[in-house]
Design a protein around this ligand. Structure first.
Ligand SMILES: C[S@@+](CC[C@H](N)C(=O)[O-])C[C@H]1O[C@@H](n2cnc3c(N)ncnc32)[C@H](O)[C@@H]1O
Length: 333
């Protein structure tokens, strides 16, 4: 049997949006199986450099093997991307030509037998990206109040029947495994399959809560501005509306000169645009890509380019079209 793989999504579109060029310096904040990273390294050769980050030590191991031909040009770090600025400062990896986020989970994680991300396999209710995190999905399920569970499932899962599900979870707990949770959800809202499995939204909500996905995405996007050189590109691929909304709002806000509330006669915010939107409409996979890789169907790609700005907090005057030299090696893990 062949080894499990993750098929990267929107690769051509990502490389184009990042304007990957020989000798460029790039950050892949969500290394996963290393598919996008390999494409970036290919296109940025000769002389390209890539800093790859993933919170999951298993992903780093797999990507290291996949990217071994480029080991002189890569720096692979097992860390949460919320520490992006600190990681870049520590390794002197800034400013950069491009930063990529391909959010969510890889197929390797979804199909992994012991991670608890999928409602299709029996596994402990874990859902942590990294074993260093303390709180698991089982902890949340078995210790939260009914109202807190309902609110979490509603907010992070956009699930209308969250109160019913939370009520049944509290009635049936302790729940230890994914399939115990699936059966409880089916008792609460029925097992009829519509467009999506009845457990989809609750599993999404738990995964977001366990990994603080939305807060960390918001906090990390703010750090990106200071790391991109002039004309450097930010590319984000998201897979559900909650993360896409954060990306869209961030890019829109940072591409405006004034963000004062409507109705204020003169600008008091002092905000200066530091990004230019590349694609006003999101980029989505072609029907051919969706057919080849059904997991790509919900992908949305947004891209923006760093502008020169005088705003103190985000000051950039460094032009980045020519390659920047920094000595890197494979210090990941
Ligand atoms: C969709 S996969 C990326 C796949 C990758 N682009 C490829 O081509 O193989 C998302 C990856 O991001 C990682 N990830 C998600 N949130 C993260 C975070 N806050 N910090 C670091 N890694 C994160 C996951 O562990 C997962 O491996």
């Amino acid at each position: 049997m062949s080894a499990p793989t993750h098929i990267p999504v929107l690769v051509k579109e990502t490389i184009e949006a990042l304007v990957v060029q020989p000798g460029g310096r790039y950050i892949d904040c969500t290394l996963g199986g290393g598919g996008h990273a390999a494409a970036i390294l290919d296109r940025s050769s000769p002389g390209g450099q890539l800093l790859g980050i993933d919170a999951d030590p298993e992903a780093i191991k797999i990507a290291k093997t996949k990217l071994r031909a480029y080991s002189g040009s890569t720096l692979l770090i097992n860390e949460n991307f919320v520490n992006l600025q600190a990681i870049c400062s520590k390794h002197g990896f800034l400013p950069v030509h491009g930063i990529l986020f391909d959010l969510g989970l890889s197929s390797l994680q979804l199909n992994g037998n012991n991670r608890g991300f999928s409602f299709q396999h029996e596994a402990p209710l874990d859902m942590r990206l990294s074993p260093n995190q303390e709180v698991t999905a089982a902890d949340i399920i078995n210790t939260s109040s009914e109202s807190k569970l309902a609110q979490l499932i509603k907010t992070y899962g956009e699930e209308d029947r969250s109160h019913k599900i939370a009520h049944y979870i509290v009635k049936e707990r302790p729940l230890k495994t994914t399939l115990q949770l699936v059966r409880t959800i089916e008792q609460a809202i029925g097992s009829k399959r519509g467009r999506i499995h009845p457990a989809t939204r609750t599993f999404q909500a738990l995964r977001i809560a366990v990994n603080h996905e939305l807060e960390r995405l918001e906090a990390t996007l703010k750090q990106v501005i200071n790391l991109l050189g002039f004309e450097g590109r930010l590319v984000v691929i998201s897979y559900h509306s909650l993360e896409d909304r954060i990306v869209k709002q961030f890019m829109q806000q940072e591409s405006k000169d004034c963000i004062c509330p409507p109705g204020i006669p003169t600008c008091v915010c002092g905000h200066a645009a530091c990004l230019r939107l590349i694609n006003k409409k999101v980029i989505t996979p072609s029907p051919e890509e969706v057919q080849l890789n059904p997991r790509s169907r919900s992908a949305k790609l947004r891209a923006a380019e760093r502008l020169i700005t005088q705003r103190k907090q985000y000051k950039t005057t460094e032009r980045l079209r020519s390659p920047v030299g920094v000595k890197t090696g494979d210090r990941g893990g």
